[in-house]
Ligand binder design. Structure first.
Ligand code: ATP
Ligand code: MG
Length: 453
């Protein structure tokens, strides 16, 4: 390429987003909160690969589901012809790993994961091609207690994140036999209303009629409202399980509504299904979805292991945090080091290490292509960093072995600078910053991003 011709830019992939530094504190707050809530219920983290064999999803999620039919990033490994897929969800991989490593041989397990998922969908607000989920999977539990515990854990997370206006919808979709009976009744009903079914519904009529209930087509709403309800086909055991979940939720004051039309888009669910929904995010209002999947281990050739789990969409939850929360931009550091001259630069570097030893976050002004920077331009950077203090080592300070410390957030801007011996600077700053943090501890707002030491 010729020297003076500018290289063409290469863009990122549509629907796959960069996490930019300004949003990093929000992601970190979210991740830290999730981690501590899940830990408080005894969930252990598991990390599985992003790539799995294609049949894992085709078999696990169901061949006629939206995800498998049209949303998977599947490809052939050009080295060996293996059929591979970028994971569209986390449960299949976790269950595969649990079987492969015998994780439930000596009893049930509570697991959680987080990471990117991939679905080839039309990108729009709250819907991306690479998105991120946090999921929890309780493996080897059969009673309604764990279903309720998972739901209560979500409620605690919303509370800790400062999220309001997230409501719980609950349903039971029964067992395979009950669903088969209901499905037959449903097909008969839809056949009586063929003229109202849209093209997609007609296509699903004999492959996945349950999914028609989930239609967003307004013209079909009334017809769908009158369709046979799965709840009316539930047997005694399924009903008792469903009643058990509701009883625990009521006892713990978790409000919910029963949505008899709630079904999940993946085939492996049975009995309890639930969604956490908000009206504040437009059309993509489901922030978390889950349910029971008692047959998935069997589908993958493992020992029958009744299980229940959920997955939440991180992008949607972060958007809700931005709407609900009082999010302050956190400071980049506690102390910004400003210097002039060679001696000042050397001294600043030494002081920076000592301050970090003492637990402070420190940014040292470093040279760019434009040079080391004037005193004035360095002070501007110090201000922009949000640091509580600028420490200045100019030529005078370097020669008499002192530092000047300027309080950047002081009310009294005239009297906010002191000159102290170099060796006392660390103690001085630690005292000042610890004092301010103690006074600051009145702030209970969970969405206020703090810098911790
Ligand atoms: P939807 O009805 O919105 O398509 P889904 O039923 O396909 O959701 P699940 O497979 O249950 O979604 O995934 C759990 C959660 O992950 C969803 O509730 C949502 O918050 C999030 N999610 C799913 N697909 C996407 C996507 N393409 N982009 C962003 N978040 C997503
Ligand atoms: Mg979807």
């Amino acid at each position: 390429m010729s020297e003076n011709k500018k290289a063409e830019k290469i863009a990122g992939i549509k629907g796959m987003n960069d996490l930019l530094p300004d949003d990093a504190p929000l992601w970190e707050l979210f991740e830290n909160t999730v981690q501590s809530v899940l830990k408080s219920y005894g969930f252990q983290q598991i990390r599985t690969p992003i790539v799995e064999s294609t049949p894992l999803f085709a078999r696990g999620l169901g061949a006629v589901t939206d995800v498998v039919e049209k949303e998977m990033y599947s490809f052939e490994d050009s080295m060996n012809g293996d059929k591979l897929t970028l994971r569209p969800e986390g449960t299949a991989g976790v269950v595969r790993a649990a079987i492969e490593h015998n994780l439930v041989y000596d009893g049930p397990r509570r697991l959680w994961y987080t990471g990117p998922m991939f679905r080839h969908e039309r990108p729009q607000r709250g819907r991306y091609r690479q998105f991120h989920q946090v999921g929890a999977e309780a493996l080897g539990f059969s009673g309604p207690d764990i279903d309720a515990e998972l739901i209560m854990m979500c409620q605690r997370l919303w509370d800790d994140l400062g999220l309001q206006n997230v409501r719980l919808e609950l349903n039971s979709i029964g067992d395979a036999a009950e669903r088969a009976q209901h499905r037959a009744a449903l097909v008969t009903y839809f056949e009586q209303h063929l003229d109202i079914l849209d093209a997609e519904a007609q296509r699903r009529l004999h492959t996945n009629p349950l999914r028609i209930l989930d239609t967003k087509n307004p013209a079909m709403q009334e017809m769908v409202n009158g369709a046979p309800k799965l709840l009316d086909y539930l047997g005694e055991e399924s009903l008792a399980h469903f009643e058990g979940v509701q009883k625990i939720l009521r006892h713990n004051s978790i409000p919910f509504t029963i949505n008899t039309r709630l079904v999940r888009g993946l085939d492996y669910y049975n009995r309890t299904v639930f969604e956490w929904v908000t009206d504040e995010l437009g059309a993509q209002g489901t922030v978390c979805a889950g349910g029971r999947y008692d047959s998935l281990f069997g589908i993958f050739g493992g020992k029958p292991t009744p299980s229940c789990g959920f997955a939440m969409g991180i992008e949607r939850l972060l958007e809700l945090m931005k709407i609900n929360g009082d999010l302050h931009k956190p400071a980049l550091c506690d102390v910004y080091l400003v210097h002039q001259g060679d001696a000042g630069q050397v001294q600043s570097m030494v002081l920076g290490e000592r301050l970090r030893d003492a637990g402070l976050d420190v940014v040292l002004h470093c040279a760019t292509a434009a040079g080391a920077g004037s005193f004035k331009s360095q002070m501007k950077k110090a201000d922009g960093s949000g640091a509580a203090y600028a420490v200045i080592i100019g030529e005078d300070e370097a020669s008499n072995n002192t530092v000047s410390i300027k309080a950047m957030r002081a009310d009294d801007v005239e009297n906010n600078q002191v000159n102290v011996p170099f060796d006392t600077a660390v103690d001085y700053l630690v005292d000042q910053i610890a004092g301010v943090e103690d006074a600051d501890h009145c702030c209970d707002d969970p969405t206020h991003i703090h810098i911790h030491h």
